[in-house]
Design a protein around this ligand. Structure first.
Ligand SMILES: C[S@@+](CC[C@H](N)C(=O)[O-])C[C@H]1O[C@@H](n2cnc3c(N)ncnc32)[C@H](O)[C@@H]1O
Length: 322
């Protein structure tokens, strides 16, 4: 430690030179504490950068857009289990135990979901949004409808969209070319979605008539029937960095934004905005909202259900008002 006695100071209190500064002996404990905090902050920052590099290189996941508090809370749960008490040690552990990457991704991805999560938004989808989409396709020869379940976890959201389309279109569904893409960063979720098998708990918002129409039931398990499964394709995708396909009529981006910082929000919305058709719909989660400049990209379609509509570019806007 860098402390020397200072005899030049003739004050009432004895003083010392601490890291080049003359300070009273009575101030030494708080100076040490201050320096320890700053130093450990610096070390933590370095370890954080290291963690981000490891996860980016190993799993292609960019943690820099995630909220720091969210990350720290999640990391803490791994620290407790592994009896590790700092980030540096955790980075070393990751480097020597590659299976830990999957556990880390698991704790970062809270993929809680269910069929018809927030039922009123799915009612709005069936009763208002689908009819508008049908109307917009009335005079088109190729009737194409495209949907994205962004951060759709294990598929409940994507299959809920498919069921609502079936219900709303009835036999007319055969006149349409419909595709629903489920995109999620978690490969385990994608595998689960492919099977389309769910425990009863995830179906608590599904009315009995819909259950018997669209699910095969065995014990406590329900499997989505093939006519619904074939409407959904799945892909592992990091919405922050991977290329997102274009021309979606509706994007469901619900309960995903909790993961991201403000900059992460903006990036995601800009990217999703570019992937919507002109005047396409954006559906957010119950507690989510558009921030800052993102607000100017969308009109509010239903404030309560957090449904927004892409503001068309100038060219399309002038055609729409004709
Ligand atoms: C809480 S679930 C939401 C599921 C569904 N949208 C819903 O509202 O029920 C959030 C999902 O976002 C996924 N996720 C987190 N970061 C992501 C990213 N950068 N790109 C794609 N998916 C991400 C997680 O893996 C998780 O499955």
């Amino acid at each position: 430690m860098n402390i020397r006695h200072d005899n030049s100071c003739s004050g009432e209190w004895p003083s010392v030179i601490y890291y080049g500064q003359i300070i009273a002996v009575s101030d030494v404990p708080s100076a040490i504490l201050f320096r320890m905090r700053a130093y450990s902050g610096h070390v933590a920052e370095k370890a954080f950068e290291k963690l981000m590099t490891l996860v980016r290189n190993e799993r292609g996941l960019d943690l820099s857009s995630y909220k720091e508090n969210f990350l720290l809370r999640r990391l803490n749960s791994r620290f407790r289990i592994l009896e590790i008490d700092n980030l540096g040690e955790y980075c070393r552990f990751l480097e020597s135990h590659h299976e830990e990457y999957s556990k880390l991704i698991d704790v970062l991805a809270i993929n809680v979901t269910e069929f018809f999560r927030d039922p009123p938004v799915f009612d709005l989808f069936e009763k208002k949004i689908i009819p508008e989409l049908i109307l917009s396709q009335e005079y088109t020869h190729a009737k194409i409808l495209r949907f994205l379940s962004a951060g759709g976890a294990s598929g409940e959201e994507a299959y809920s969209i498919a069921i609502k389309l079936h219900e709303a279109l009835g036999t007319k569904i055969n006149n349409y070319s419909i595709s629903i893409l489920l995109a999620d960063i978690d490969p385990d979720c994608i595998e689960k979605a492919k099977d389309g098998i769910y425990v009863e708990d995830h179906l608590k918002n599904v009315p009995a008539s819909i259950k018997s129409k669209y699910f095969k039931h065995e014990g406590n398990l329900y499997q989505v029937k093939p006519e619904i499964r074939k409407m959904v394709t799945m892909t592992r995708m990091d919405l922050l960095t991977d290329r997102i396909p274009k021309f979606f009529n509706v994007i469901f981006c619900r309960n995903l934004l909790i993961y991201f910082s403000k900059e992460g929000h903006s990036d995601i919305f800009m990217r999703l905005y570019n992937s919507l058709t002109n005047d396409g719909f954006m559906v957010l989660g119950r507690t989510e909202t558009l921030l800052g400049t993102n607000k100017s990209l969308f009109d509010t379609y239903d404030a309560k259900e957090r449904v927004y509509r892409k503001r068309p570019t100038a060219f399309y806007a002038s055609r729409r008002s004709c």
